[in-house]
Design a protein around this ligand. Structure first.
Ligand SMILES: *Cc1c(COP(=O)(O)O)cnc(C)c1O
Length: 352
């Protein structure tokens, strides 16, 4: 059992949160003269003059039905990035506490830790991008409050073995955050089923990738109600704007249709792997459970610049741990992927 109270920063535990007008009077009918809004209307002509629900109750109720998780176990953030930031601020005492990362991985964990002056312990992934579980466990200690595991991992694209994640969960007194931003593209199971067993597990998912709504900035954290209530206590009162809440509600009723775009992306990915593997300047295409491929080239800088000149923008990951000469390529629309392949073919012709 993780003692959540014990690992929370003392100032956060003692904090009296901001109480918004909407917290103090929750009915929907009445004459609302309590929040200094413009009662007459919005400049844009839309009905945007009232503050949104600070607790996103309707949206959480719908997410709760779809995921079969109680609302008290759901936190909604302005992107998963907000959830990552709040976890660090709630549990890590600057200059004293630490987080653990497994590079190469998603860059925001490190940036958020650096902003908050939190030391980072890095245990690199193996050459085939798996967790060094024994080494990780041997390095755990009381000051390591958060462990970030990104699975499927960005930028490598692979998933970690479930037994390794479970072993880390079993051995950590801190909170283990499993970032499942790409889980819908994977055939592997989400760890959502483990939430009941582990009170130190937080799972992050997002509307930005498979759901196709990166623009609305909506991330979800699932886990222990005690941890969720601490995040609720320190978030900005209206962190999820009303436009986002409304659009997310609309998309949820259509979530089945979503499966077809995921399937299309997976078909496109298979085609892309086949075509891209054939180029002589491609050294390796790493196995991917996500909507992108990490590709090792003989000279990634040359390829990157050539693609850029042809207005194809990919992500240079060559400076990341164990990613020398690697570019990360998002799977696009069929026409976009064809253009990428034909552009790469023209490089091969130049070479001949
Ligand atoms: C894209 C991505 C996210 C999503 O962040 P949002 O703030 O929800 O857009 C989270 N984690 C990883 C690993 C990602 O690649």
């Amino acid at each position: 059992m993780t003692d959540i109270k014990k690992i929370t920063r003392k100032n956060i535990e003692k904090l009296t949160p901001y109480s918004s007008a909407r917290d103090e009077f929750k009915e929907t009918d009445g004459i609302f003269l309590d929040a200094n809004e413009n009662s007459i209307g919005s400049l844009s002509g839309d009905n945007l003059n009232r503050y949104p629900d600070p607790h996103q109750l309707n949206l959480k109720r719908e997410i709760s039905k779809i995921y079969q998780i109680n609302s008290e176990n759901i936190f909604l953030g302005n992107g998963s990035d907000e959830v990552i930031d709040l976890l660090v601020r709630a549990f890590c005492e600057p200059k004293i506490d630490k987080i653990m990362l497994f590079p190469p991985t998603y860059g925001m964990y490190k940036v958020v830790a650096n902003i908050n002056d939190i030391t980072i312990i890095e245990i690199p992934l193996t050459d085939d991008f798996q967790l060094q579980t024994d080494k990780i466990i041997s390095k755990l200690n009381e000051n390591i409050k958060l462990i970030f595991i990104c699975s499927p991992n960005n930028p490598s694209g692979n998933s970690f073995h479930k037994k390794d994640i479970i072993e880390i969960l079993d051995n950590s007194n801190g909170i283990v955050i499993v970032d499942e931003a790409y889980i819908q593209f994977s055939e592997k199971d989400s760890l959502l089923n483990e939430l009941e067993k582990y009170d130190n597990l937080i799972i992050l998912q997002t509307f930005s990738k498979a759901i196709g709504m990166a623009n609305i900035r909506l991330g979800m954290g699932f886990g222990n109600a005690q941890i969720i209530s601490i995040l609720n206590k320190i978030k900005f009162p209206y962190n999820i704007n009303g436009l986002t809440q409304n659009v997310a509600l609309k998309s949820i009723s259509n979530i089945k249709r979503q499966n077809s775009s995921i399937k299309k992306i997976i078909v496109e990915k298979k085609k892309m792997v086949k075509s891209i593997t054939k180029f002589s300047f491609v050294k390796k295409v790493f196995p991917s459970d996500a909507n992108f491929l990490l590709v090792k080239f003989d000279n990634s800088e040359r390829i990157y610049q050539f693609l850029l000149k042809n207005q194809i923008i990919v992500r240079d990951r060559s400076k990341e741990k164990n990613c020398e000469n690697c570019l990360r390529i998002t799977i696009g629309k069929s026409s976009e992927n064809k253009k990428l392949i034909s552009t790469l073919k023209s490089i091969e012709r130049i070479k001949d």
